[in-house]
Design a protein around this ligand. Structure first.
Ligand code: ATP
Length: 236
């Protein structure tokens, strides 16, 4: 079966800094992958490389079998990959309704399962804020709106980088509930989050990065029981 996303032997630099050292990552349709590792190990850089925000110096990336190694972000997005970056990314001058509506488009194969109504059902909080401008929303609401906007593109893969960062516990719980709903709907997810237990619980498989290399790749349920491995690579 062709992978939804396949990265092979990625080497990525920021200037002289060599960040990714030959990373492989495979994401199949319908599966959820967690990306674990301490701060600065290259998780965001791997995601940014896949999305075309930074160009790998060596290695290859395919999306649905198409070579995307030098693709621009909008080309990767058109193939059904939605990315919610750390720090979000909504239009602050548009209200919630407008933010969602402008993002709407059918998915890669023409699917439009994620309608405006369905997104609002998934995010009851946003329904109460439809007329509010992006900048008037709380951090949690902005995060929900960013995820809602990503869903409006009917992606096959949703990439969430630190989606719960800096949010209050109740809002964090709500975001994890939403991530569960998205996973149950059949959308693949690639999740980076500081709460490794939640990542393990919400994914099928986890990849651990250490200094820009994949050091573990396991079934999430198996990894959850390997406390010495988690301690070694996550310091927990
Ligand atoms: N734009 C940039 N220019 C130069 N160096 C960068 C840039 N972005 C990240 N780095 C460096 O690259 C390394 C990997 O960063 P990256 O953000 O990929 O790590 P991470 O595993 O996602 O960790 P974090 O949770 O801290 O974001 C770090 O040493 C970081 O300082």
């Amino acid at each position: 079966m062709t992978a939804l996303v396949q990265a092979e032997g990625l080497h990525t630099y920021y200037g002289e800094s060599h960040i990714l050292h030959g990373v492989d990552l495979r994401i199949d349709a319908g599966t959820s992958i967690g990306l674990l590792g301490r701060n600065g190990m290259g998780k965001s850089t791997l995601i940014r490389s896949i999305m075309g925000h930074v160009r790998p110096a060596r290695g290859s990336i395919t999306v649905r079998g198409k070579n995307c190694t030098r693709a621009a972000p909008h080309q990767v997005s058109r193939l059904g990959v939605a990315y919610v970056p750390e720090g979000r990314g909504i239009f602050p001058n548009l209200n919630v309704r407008e933010n969602l509506r402008v993002a709407a488009r059918p998915g890669f194969d023409g699917r439009s399962d994620w309608t405006y109504e369905r997104v609002l059902e998934t995010f009851p909080r946003l329904t109460e804020r439809l007329g509010h401008g992006g900048q008037q929303l709380s951090g949690g609401e902005q995060q929900m709106l960013a995820i809602g906007r990503a869903l409006m593109t009917n992606p096959d893969l949703l990439i969430l980088d630190e989606a719960t960062e800096g949010l209050a516990p109740l809002v964090i719980a709500e975001i994890w509930r939403i991530i569960g709903t998205i996973r149950d709907s059949g959308v693949s997810t690639l999740i980076v989050d500081r709460n490794y237990r939640k990542v393990l619980a919400h994914t099928d498989r986890c990849v651990v990065l250490e200094k820009g290399k994949v050091v573990e790749e396991k079934d999430s349920a198996t990894l959850a029981g390997q406390t010495e491995v988690l301690a070694r690579y996550l310091g927990v």
